[in-house]
Design a protein around this ligand. Structure first.
Ligand code: SAM
Ligand code: SF4
Length: 329
C-alpha cells in the first residue's frame, strides 16, 4: 500500500480534522472576543464528506485521526462521525481535542461510538481566571469532564495548558501536581502568535525550558516515554507518579523535522502546514463527484507543497498568522 510522504521524506500518517470553526469559548490566544466570520452551513463538510476524505487518506497510509475545531463538541451528533470514522479500515487511532465544556454529557455516546482518547484544554484551575482567559465561564464543567474521562477509562487523558506570563504562569506547579494525583498527561504549550494575540504574546511568552525549571524546583523530573499519541511533546514524570508532564515547544524547539501531520479545515481545505498558506481545496473536488482514488491521488500530489518547516518566530507579524481554530488546531 502507498504511504504518503512529503518532499522531505517525512511519512504523513496523521490527519487533524476541524469539524467546526465555531466555539463556545473565546480563549485570548485563539479567538477574538466577538468571534470570527463564521462559515455558512453549506460551506462546512458533511460527515459523509469527511468520511470520504478519511477513507482516501487511510488508503494512502494515514493511521491516526484527531477531531478538533473550533470546539468539536458543538457539532451536532459528533458521535455519528466518530462511529463512521472508527469503522474505516486502516484507522488505528481516533482522538478528540476539546475544551471540555460539553464532554461530560457527550462522553458515553462518544465512547460507545469508538472514541478512545481525549485531549482537554485547560489553562487555569481558578474560576475567576478561567473567565478572563477563556472569556466565558465553565471551569466546573471542564473539571467534571476530566474526572469523567478518567473514570470512563479513556487512555491517555491529556490536559493541554497554554502558559502565559502574568496570566497563569504561577499555576505551573499546581498543574504539574495533577500528574502526581491523577493518571493524566499534563502538557504545557508555548503560546503561538496568532491574530490579535500576536502583540500580547511577545510580552507573555514563557519558554518551555523555564516551565520545566520551575517544576524541577518542586521535585526531580525524569524523562519518560510519552503516552500513546502523535504529538510532538517531550515527556517527563515525577518518580512514582501515575501521570506525566509534557512540553510542546513550537517556538523554542520546533519539531518540523518530525512533522507527520496534515490538517483538514471545516470547509474542506487540506492544509499542509500550521502556518503559511499551503492548502488544497478538497471540497470542490468532492462535490464534483471525485472518487476515493482521485482524492487519494490529490492527497499524494499535495505532498509537493508541504513546506519543510514553519518560520514562526517570536514577534512574527500578526497578518501571517491564522487562528488555530480556523485551520484545525
Ligand atoms: N476547542 C478545542 C480545544 O480548545 O481544545 C480544540 C481546538 S483548539 C484550537 C486546539 C488546541 O490549540 C488547544 O489546546 C488550544 O489551547 C491550542 N491553541 C489555540 N491557539 C493557540 C495558540 N495561539 N498558541 C498555542 N496553542 C494554541
Ligand atoms: Fe475555542 Fe479551543 Fe480556541 Fe479556546 S482554544 S477559543 S476553546 S477553539
Amino acid at each position: 500500500m502507498a504511504q504518503l510522504a512529503d518532499a522531505f521524506a517525512r511519512p504523513i500518517e496523521y490527519l487533524r480534522i476541524s469539524v467546526t470553526d465555531k466555539c463556545n469559548l473565546r480563549c485570548v490566544y485563539c479567538m477574538p472576543e466577538g468571534g470570527l466570520p463564521w462559515l455558512r452551513r453549506d460551506e462546512i463538510l458533511s460527515y459523509e464528506e469527511i468520511a470520504q476524505i478519511v477513507e482516501a487518506s487511510a488508503s494512502v497510509g494515514v493511521r491516526s485521526i484527531r477531531l478538533t475545531g473550533g470546539e468539536p463538541l458543538l457539532r451536532r451528533h459528533l458521535e455519528r462521525l466518530v462511529s463512521m470514522l472508527a469503522r474505516v479500515p486502516g484507522i488505528e487511532d481516533l482522538a478528540l481535542s476539546t475544551n471540555g465544556l460539553l464532554l461530560e454529557e457527550q462522553l458515553e455516546g462518544l465512547v460507545a461510538a469508538g472514541l478512545r482518547r481525549v485531549n482537554i484544554s485547560l489553562d487555569t484551575l481558578r474560576p475567576d481566571r478561567f473567565e478572563s482567559i477563556a472569556r466565558r465561564p465553565g471551569l466546573d464543567r471542564v473539571l467534571a469532564s476530566i474526572e469523567a474521562a478518567i473514570a470512563r477509562g479513556l487512555e491517555p487523558v491529556k490536559i493541554n495548558c497554554v502558559v502565559m506570563r502574568g496570566r497563569n504562569d504561577d499555576e505551573v506547579a499546581e498543574f504539574a501536581e495533577l500528574s502526581r494525583r491523577l493518571p493524566v498527561a499534563v502538557r504545557f504549550i508555548e503560546a503561538m502568535p496568532v491574530l490579535e494575540y500576536a502583540q500580547a504574546q511577545r510580552e507573555e511568552y514563557v519558554c518551555a525550558d523555564e516551565v520545566l525549571a520551575s517544576i524541577r524546583r518542586i521535585a526531580d523530573l525524569e524523562p519518560v516515554d510519552g503516552p500513546r499519541g502523535n504529538g510532538p511533546a517531550r515527556y517527563f514524570a515525577f518518580p512514582g507518579a501515575p501521570g506525566t508532564i509534557g512540553v510542546i515547544t513550537p517556538l523554542s524547539h520546533d519539531y518540523c523535522d518530525r512533522c507527520n501531520r496534515i490538517r483538514l479545515t471545516a470547509d474542506g481545505r487540506l492544509r499542509l502546514c500550521l502556518f503559511g498558506n499551503h492548502h488544497v481545496d478538497l471540497r470542490t473536488l468532492l462535490r464534483a463527484g471525485a472518487t476515493r482514488e482521485e482524492i487519494a491521488a490529490t492527497l499524494a500530489r499535495s505532498m509537493a507543497i508541504k513546506p519543510e518547516r514553519h518560520h514562526l518566530r517570536l514577534g512574527e507579524p500578526a497578518s501571517r498568522m491564522r487562528a488555530l481554530s480556523e485551520i484545525g488546531g
